[in-house]
Design a binder for this molecule. Structure first.
Ligand SMILES: NC(=O)CC[C@H](N)C(=O)O
Length: 238
């Protein structure tokens, strides 16, 4: 039985929070039998209300420092690795969800973990080397056209570290003259993308992910979300 109400948080320490909320809200109309509540998460208390979480793009070093100061890092690790609640990280969010990261600032940076991968930060260079590429994301379903991948100081998965195939590669990109790079992975309830679906206006990845959330929580008999009117988030109308 899918749960009737689900609370989805967006970690709102910095980065593309509003964009995710807008697309999540649009995607939620694909599941009319479920009432979604969307919540900006800045405190452990807010996190504890969530059934699932999006960690947006932005700057993973800053996000980690702020999360540490707000007492959120350990609760986030529990959320992902002990409670196994569904989580999706985009770009900096993918970095946060990796077990290891390379090209970090001197002294390294704190991560949440959950994906047995090592990411390489800023693989394609600086902000001015941002690019857009058509991606074939088979998980979106047969007959779906390519997805416009927006890459901004994006990381890639440079190594899948688990030996037993738990990490599934769901998307790659190949720039002319370069090797293919892994840009979407999933391990159980943890999903990560190097690119930014929230900046495209294309709702398909958000809708797919919400479908996974509904399914995962249904299997666990969970979904304790607060019931609020559709069309609103804590950030107001989106
Ligand atoms: N657009 C982004 O989220 C950039 C991610 C950033 N390079 C980081 O490592 O945190």
């Amino acid at each position: 039985m899918p749960p009737s109400t689900i609370t989805v948080g967006v970690l709102a320490l910095q980065g593309g929070v509003v964009e995710h909320l807008a697309l999540l809200h649009r995607a939620s109309t694909s599941y009319p039998s479920v009432t979604f509540h969307f919540l900006e998460v800045r405190t452990p208390e807010q996190l504890s209300l969530c059934d699932a979480l999006v960690i947006p793009g932005g700057e993973s070093t800053t996000m980690a420092i702020v999360a540490r100061r707000l007492g959120l890092l350990e609760p986030l690790r529990e959320f992902v690795k002990i409670d196994h609640k569904p989580v999706w990280g985009t770009c900096a969010g993918l970095v946060m969800l990796a077990e290891e990261a390379s090209a970090t600032k001197q002294g390294g940076q704190e991560l949440i973990g959950g994906l047995d991968v090592r990411v390489l930060r800023n693989k394609f260079g600086t902000q001015v080397q941002s690019f857009v590429a058509d991606l074939n994301l088979d998980f979106l379903g047969e007959g779906e056209g390519p997805f416009r991948g927006v890459f901004i100081r994006a990381p890639v998965v440079e190594e899948v570290m688990d030996g037993d195939g738990k990490v599934k590669v769901l998307g790659t990109v190949k720039k002319p003259g370069e090797e293919e790079d892994i840009v979407a992975v999933r391990q159980g309830n943890v999903f990560g993308t190097s690119f930014h679906p929230e900046l495209t206006g294309d709702v398909r990845v958000h809708a797919w992910w919400l479908g996974n959330v509904v399914e995962a929580l249904g299997q666990r008999g969970e979904g304790k979300g607060l019931v609020v009117g559709k069309g609103k988030t804590d950030a107001g109308e989106v």
